[in-house]
Design a protein around this ligand. Structure first.
Ligand SMILES: Nc1ncnc2c1ncn2[C@@H]1O[C@H](COP(=O)(O)OP(=O)(O)OP(=O)(O)O)[C@@H](O)[C@H]1O
Length: 514
C-alpha cells in the first residue's frame, strides 16, 4: 500500500436519504492505491447504497467524492467506468450464446471494439493477473466462477483503477474463492484498489487489508485486518457478541422417515435433463444439506418438491403422496424459502404487511369467510417484523424498498409462521448478515426440534456443515450421497461439487448410494 500518494478514492460526508430512512449518513471512506478494503455491515446498513453512489447509479444528497485528489460528480455508470471505477456484479451480465471476446467487444464504456483486438487484450490481462479467461469460449460453457472472472476482465479492459466486488464469493466453491483471492492480490500488487463486500468474515480477514464497518448508514469503525479477529469484527458490525460454534452434527437421521423421494426425473429450462433419478429419504427432525455448484439441478429439485416444476417419480410426505400445485402443498405442510426471493418470494409493489400475509391470507385468523381481517394482518406483520428484526420504515412500506437481506427476512417470517412439516430452504441466509444468519439457523433448528424436516440447499459450505445431519452433493442432475456430515469437509465437498469421483474423495468413499 502506497500511503504517500493521494488516496485513490476519498468520500467525505456522503449522505443519502430515502423516504423514512437515512441510508448513508455522513459517510467518510478512504481507499489507498494498492489496497483491498472490505465494506462490512448488517443488512440494510447502507452498503449497496454507497456502492450505487460510487458507480453513478444514485446521486448523494450531501457530501463529496474525490478520485486521486480531484472532486468528481459521478453522473452515470458509463461515467463511473470512464473515471476508472469498475463494478463486478453479483450476477454476471453476459450473453450466453456469444463468446467471451464477443461479449467484451461491446466495451464497458459502450464503445464497440473489434473482437480480434479484444481477444489479444483479454489474453494479455488474463495472463498478467492469472485470470485464466479464454476469449474464444462460449459464455454458456463457463462456470459461475469463470463468468465472474470475465466480468473482472471487462472492468480491466475499461481501465478500472478501482474495482468494486459485490459479494463475489457467494456463487463460488471454496477452491474458486481461493482463486479469486489470488487474482485480487495480483490486482492489488499492481497498484489497483479494491472494495470488497462480503458477509463472510473469514474471507474478509484473508483477503482485505482494512475494514470499514457501517451500521444504520453511519461508519462505526475502521480497522486494519492484521490483528483483527472474526469475533471482534462481528461485534463491531452488530454491536453484540456472536456465537460461531458448530451448531449440531448428529450424523444420523434422528426420527422416522418424513419425506421419501424415489427416482425423480425432470427436465430443465432448455429441455435438458435437470434431475436424473434422484432418490433419498429425509427423516423427521433432520436437516439434509444439499451442496452443489449452481445449475446442477438443486433448484429443480426444490421446485419439483414445492409443486412448481413437473417431474416423474414418487414423493411421499408423512406416508401420503405429495402432489398438486404450490398452494396444495403449502396446505399439506410444505414451506418454501425460494432462491429468487425478490421475484418469486415477494410481490415488490405490495406492502410488508401484505407480503407477510401472502400465503395464509384466506385462512383464519387473517380471514373470516370471504373477508380479510386487516387488523389481524397488521398485527401479524408487526409481530413478525419485530421477531425477525426486519429493518423497514413501517409495515405499510412497499417491500421493494427494503434491502435484499430484509426482504429475505420477510419471506422467512412468512414461510415459517405456520407449523410446516417440511421446510425447503434454498440459500436461506444468502446475503444475510451474521446476526440474521445466526437467527435463521436457530429458527430452522428449533423447527427440527418440533419434528419438521429441512431440505437445506446452500452454496455456503460452512453453513451446510454447521447445520446438516447429512449432506448430499448435486452434480449434473444426480445426487451423490447423502453422507453423514461429520465425515465430510469443505475440501471434500468442494471436490465432489467440481466433479471428482466419490471413490477418490476422503470421507465420501463409503456413503454413495446407487
Ligand atoms: N430506492 C430506495 N428507496 C427507499 N429506501 C431504500 C432504497 N434503497 C435502499 N433503501 C433503504 O436504505 C437502507 C440501506 O439499504 P442498502 O441496500 O444500502 O443496505 P445494504 O447494507 O446493502 O443491505 P444488504 O446487506 O441487505 O444488501 C435500507 O433501510 C433500505 O431499505
Amino acid at each position: 500500500m502506497d500511503v504517500a500518494s493521494p488516496p485513490t478514492l476519498q468520500l467525505r460526508g456522503i449522505t443519502k436519504r430515502f423516504p423514512g430512512v437515512v441510508a448513508n449518513d455522513g459517510v467518510d471512506l478512504t481507499l489507498h492505491p494498492g489496497e483491498v478494503l472490505a465494506l462490512l455491515g448488517e443488512n440494510g446498513a447502507g452498503k449497496s447504497t454507497l456502492i450505487s453512489i460510487l458507480y453513478g447509479l444514485y446521486q448523494p444528497d450531501e457530501g463529496t467524492v474525490e478520485l486521486a485528489g480531484k472532486a468528481v460528480r459521478i453522473g452515470s455508470p458509463a461515467h463511473a467506468r470512464a473515471l476508472g471505477i469498475g463494478l463486478v456484479p453479483q450476477h454476471p451480465l453476459l450473453v450466453a450464446r456469444h463468446s467471451v471476446a464477443e461479449n467484451l467487444a461491446l466495451g464497458g464504456s459502450g464503445a464497440l471494439f473489434p473482437a480480434r483486438g479484444v481477444a489479444s487484450r483479454i489474453r494479455e490481462l488474463s495472463a498478467k493477473y492469472g485470470l485464466e479467461v479464454d476469449p474464444a469460449v462460449r459464455v454458456a460453457d463457463l462456470s459461475p466462477g469463470e463468468k465472474q472472472r470475465v466480468e473482472i476482465v471487462r472492468a480491466l479492459l475499461g481501465g478500472a483503477r478501482v474495482l468494486i466486488l459485490d459479494e463475489p464469493t457467494s456463487v463460488l466453491t471454496p477452491q474458486e474463492a481461493q482463486g479469486l483471492f489470488r487474482v485480487m492480490r495480483e490486482l492489488r500488487a499492481d497498484g489497483r484498489s479494491l472494495i470488497f463486500i462480503s458477509h463472510k468474515l473469514d474471507e474478509v480477514l484473508d483477503v482485505a487489508d482494512r475494514v470499514t464497518v457501517l451500521r444504520r448508514g453511519k461508519v462505526v469503525g475502521g480497522v486494519p485486518t492484521a490483528g483483527a479477529t472474526r469475533e471482534g469484527l462481528a461485534e463491531l458490525m452488530v454491536g453484540r457478541s456472536v456465537d460461531f460454534t458448530r451448531k449440531r452434527q448428529s450424523g444420523s437421521a434422528p426420527g422416522g422417515a418424513l419425506l421419501s423421494v424415489r427416482d425423480l426425473t425432470a427436465s430443465g429450462s432448455r429441455g435438458l435433463p435437470a434431475l436424473r433419478g434422484v432418490s433419498f429419504d429425509l427423516a423427521r427432525g433432520e436437516v439434509l444439506g444439499v451442496a452443489g455448484i449452481a445449475g446442477n439441478g438443486q433448484s429443480e429439485l426444490v421446485e419439483v418438491l414445492a409443486g412448481l416444476h413437473p417431474a416423474t417419480g414418487t414423493v411421499t410426505l408423512d406416508g401420503q403422496a405429495l402432489a398438486g400445485g404450490a398452494r396444495t402443498r403449502f396446505r399439506a405442510g410444505v414451506a418454501h424459502i425460494p432462491e429468487d426471493r425478490i421475484h418469486s418470494g415477494t410481490v415488490p409493489s405490495m406492502t410488508v404487511a401484505e407480503n407477510v400475509a401472502l400465503r395464509a391470507y384466506d385462512q383464519p385468523p387473517l380471514a373470516r369467510g370471504l373477508a380479510r381481517d386487516l387488523g389481524q394482518v397488521d398485527d401479524l406483520a408487526r409481530r413478525e417484523v419485530e421477531a425477525y428484526g426486519v429493518a423497514t420504515p413501517g409495515i405499510h412500506t412497499p417491500s421493494r424498498l427494503l434491502s435484499g437481506g430484509n426482504i429475505q427476512k420477510l419471506i422467512l417470517a412468512r414461510e415459517l409462521a405456520g407449523a410446516p412439516k417440511l421446510i425447503l430452504a434454498v440459500h436461506p441466509t444468502y446475503g444475510l448478515d451474521i446476526g440474521a444468519t445466526d437467527q435463521v439457523h436457530r429458527v430452522l433448528l428449533e423447527r427440527t426440534g418440533s419434528g419438521a424436516g429441512v431440505l437445506l440447499v446452500s452454496e455456503d459450505l460452512d453453513e451446510l456443515l454447521s447445520l446438516s445431519d447429512r449432506i448430499g452433493v448435486m452434480v449434473g442432475g444426480s445426487l451423490l450421497g447423502p453422507f453423514p456430515a461429520r465425515e465430510v469437509t469443505r475440501e471434500s465437498l468442494g471436490l465432489l461439487m467440481g466433479g471428482a469421483h466419490p471413490h477418490s474423495v476422503p470421507g465420501a468413499e463409503q456413503g454413495v448410494v446407487a
